[in-house]
Design a protein around this ligand. Structure first.
Ligand code: F3S
Length: 700
């Protein structure tokens, strides 16, 4: 008794066989085929009934009758003998490809090695197209060929229905031991997919039923892939085991088995189940969720019979259909897709993706499901050209339209500059962005955007006119506003930000700290005295700035670029004490004394009265700018940041020298720098002319 049926997703004629039969039926009678057109007795009988004759050799074919070449392909000698006669060439395109390969490679001086069965008509036809072809059917045969053989220039191809595992063993050996070999994988994706599917199903079932004829190489290969497989040519020859005990049965079929026979076998097994499929499902042990078990469950849920499922697996395709298939092969030029139909699906490499930078082939793998768009169905060749790119575009139009409705932001790449704006490719949809919406300043070159990724909002969508308009500026404004709000929220005095200098004025630099601008006053740019902001920064510079204060109402932020830890006054206070003896450099002479640099940015004053014990008429009488002199630090006014130095305090007065100056410890109010002094007196007050004269005399 059968308790559960698992049916293969891929059954019925492969596209090569289906195409051959269609060509035969469409041909003008009388038509003769030399050898059976398919390796299935029932299918051959059906063709005979339809008036198609089978001949042993060309001699049996009457003059004037058409001759059909089988999907396996015909020997070169037969093709030549048929010159001038009416020929229906039903050679499967996959086989014809091998003919082309071996002829080209033979022409290039390579010897051809074919992995397959030497007796198979396909292999014989391939071998007939090249001189002295070697045929191997196993790794053992290959390994036994001897050392000399391994140095010869070979091109190795496989029979389309060869066993992939055995082929790969040979490929490994060839790569390891042959020194001049070109290997071209010519195993048919359709046959390969069915074999892998059969292996998976066999592992989940007590018995794998392969519906087909023993004469079919593909059917035999399917049966060979599992120890529990049995070939069943028709519903009359079901194994006794199915009646004897409760079993789970998986069903697959050879590529030359007509759908009607598979349907018959499945129907018979359904009858044997003795119960509704749903009941059997309940009794069945839990299984992994797989396409096959899902198919069974769907059938049970929907009340569909397996025959109906089978029917749907040989569906017809139309241009414009969106379909899902399984990848069966990936080559540098195309991806082969099994759509579960009689046609061979393929996606040319340039139909894989809209984005030329995307290497789709690397992301795909054999066995993956893929959704595609049907571009062209070629019934004569039995092929269907597919496109992933066009399906992407169809989906993209839907995405773009939805974005227009929802206001969602999209991303695209600028592909070209045109009159009045730029074109942005959004998943293959061309979106026009006017110059005013490009996000660039008015006079900027739009060409700088080409190849750039941009974010934009769709402002106009007209599918009928294929017109889509977008705005980059709108997104930038929104993003800037959001960023600005976030910055205002996070503002705190003392907090630091990374910013970019946007512009300079005479009084400071405007810095963008992420959506809002703050101002660094010239006095906050550097601890050194600078003439203008451009002495320190320029537009475009990236700075770390510190918030000194802000006014949310007036939208004003004051920033500092100079760092507190670099404050030279602090450094001075940390390094020097009153009464320290310092080496300083005279940087400026004034009538009332000499300014000396203690540290970069920190100057002290040696008042004229402290330059010497004797009376000094003018500072230049005793020191010059640039001199390095020893001084004593005699006073520091932290509040006014003034430092008094003395030369006199380092020496004893000579007897005849009077002490005309201030005492050693007297704090003299002194500007921090010569510039601070300007026309002012040393104590910081505006210095009247008369007092300036006094200062010149050392009378502070
Ligand atoms: Fe052709 Fe593959 Fe069928 S080679 S005949 S499509 S099994």
């Amino acid at each position: 008794m059968i308790k559960k049926l698992i049916i293969a997703r891929h059954t019925g004629f492969c596209f090569g066989v289906a195409r051959a039969l269609e060509l035969a039926r469409a041909a003008e009678p009388p038509l003769w085929c030399i050898g059976p057109p398919v390796h299935n007795e029932a299918a051959v009988e059906q063709l005979r009934a339809e008036g198609i004759h089978i001949a042993e050799s060309l001699d049996d074919v009457p003059e004037g009758a058409g001759v059909m070449l089988r999907s396996h392909g015909a020997d070169k000698a037969l093709c030549e003998a048929l010159r001038g006669r009416r020929v229906v060439d039903a050679t499967c395109p996959c086989v014809a490809r091998i003919h082309n390969i071996v002829q080209t490679k033979s022409g290039e001086g390579r010897r051809i090695m074919i992995f397959g069965s030497a007796e198979h008509p396909e292999v014989r036809a391939v071998a007939s197209r090249c001189a002295d072809a070697a045929v191997i059917s196993s790794l053992e045969e290959l390994a036994a060929r001897g050392e000399d053989d391994r140095r010869k220039p070979y091109c190795v191809v496989s029979q389309t229905t060869a066993h992939r595992g055995k082929w790969e063993e040979c490929v490994y050996f060839l790569k390891k031991h042959y020194t001049n070999v070109e290997i071209i994988d010519t195993i048919c994706g359709t046959a390969d997919t069915r074999r892998r599917e059969a292996e998976e199903m066999a592992a989940k079932a007590d018995i794998l039923v392969v519906v087909g004829d023993n004469a079919s190489s593909n059917t035999r290969n399917l049966a060979a892939c599992a120890p529990n497989a049995v070939i069943v040519p028709s519903s009359r020859r079901l194994p006794a085991l199915l009646r004897e005990r409760c079993v789970t049965v998986a069903v697959t079929a050879g590529t030359s088995t007509p759908a009607s026979i598979i349907e018959e076998v499945v129907k018979k097994m359904e009858e044997m189940m003795n119960a509704e499929v749903g009941t059997a499902e309940e009794q069945a042990p839990q299984e992994a969720d797989t396409p096959e078990t899902r198919a069974d469950e769907a059938a049970a849920d929907n009340g569909e019979s397996f025959a109906e499922l089978l029917e749907s697996s040989v569906k017809t395709l139309y241009t414009g259909d969106k379909v899902t298939g399984v990848i069966t092969a990936i080559s540098p030029t195309e991806v082969s897709v099994d759509l579960g139909t009689k046609h061979a699906g393929y996606i040319p490499v340039d139909e894989l993706s809209e984005d030329p930078s995307e290497s789709v082939q690397e992301k795909l793998k054999v066995g993956d499901e893929i959704e595609v768009f049907v571009v062209r169905v070629n019934d004569v060749e039995g092929t269907t050209m597919l496109s992933r790119k066009r399906l992407e575009v169809v989906k993209s139009w839907e995405t773009v339209e939805a974005a227009r409705e929802s206001g969602a932001v999209l991303e695209g790449t600028v592909t070209e500059e045109n009159k009045g704006g730029v074109v942005v490719s959004v998943k293959g949809v061309r979106v026009f962005v006017p110059a005013s919406q490009s996000g660039l300043p008015k006079d900027a070159q739009l060409s700088q955007l080409v190849s750039q990724k941009v974010r934009l909002r769709i402002t106009e969508f007209n599918r009928a006119r294929r017109r889509v308009v977008g705005s980059v500026r709108a997104v930038q404004q929104e993003e800037r506003k959001a960023a600005s709000d976030a910055v205002w929220e996070s503002l705190e005095v003392g907090k630091t930000f990374e910013g970019t200098v946007k512009s300079l004025t005479s009084y400071g630099a405007f810095v963008d700290i992420g959506g809002i601008d703050g101002m660094v006053h010239v006095s906050e740019l550097s601890w050194q005295r600078i003439a203008q902001p451009s002495d320190v920064v320029k537009p475009g510079d990236r700075l770390t700035v510190r918030v000194l204060g802000f006014d949310r109402e007036k939208k004003k932020i004051s920033l500092a670029y100079r760092k507190p830890e670099d404050n030279p006054w602090t450094k001075f206070l940390n390094a020097c004490r009153v009464n320290d003896v310092l080496d300083v450099k005279v940087v400026k002479l004034m009538p009332f004394g000499a300014f000396c640099e203690i540290l970069p940015g920190v100057d002290g004053l040696v008042h004229i009265s402290h330059l010497a014990h004797h009376h000094v008429a003018k500072p230049s009488d005793v020191v010059n700018e640039g001199d390095v002199i020893k001084v004593k630090l005699i006073a520091v006014d932290c509040e006014k940041k003034k430092i008094s130095l003395s030369v006199k305090a380092l020496t004893e007065p000579e007897e005849d020298e009077g002490d005309g100056g201030a005492s050693d410890t007297e704090a003299v109010a002194i500007p921090l720098t010569p510039e601070d002094a300007g026309g002012e007196s040393p104590d910081g007050d505006a210095m009247p002319d008369g007092e300036a004269a006094d200062a010149e005399k050392g009378e502070a």
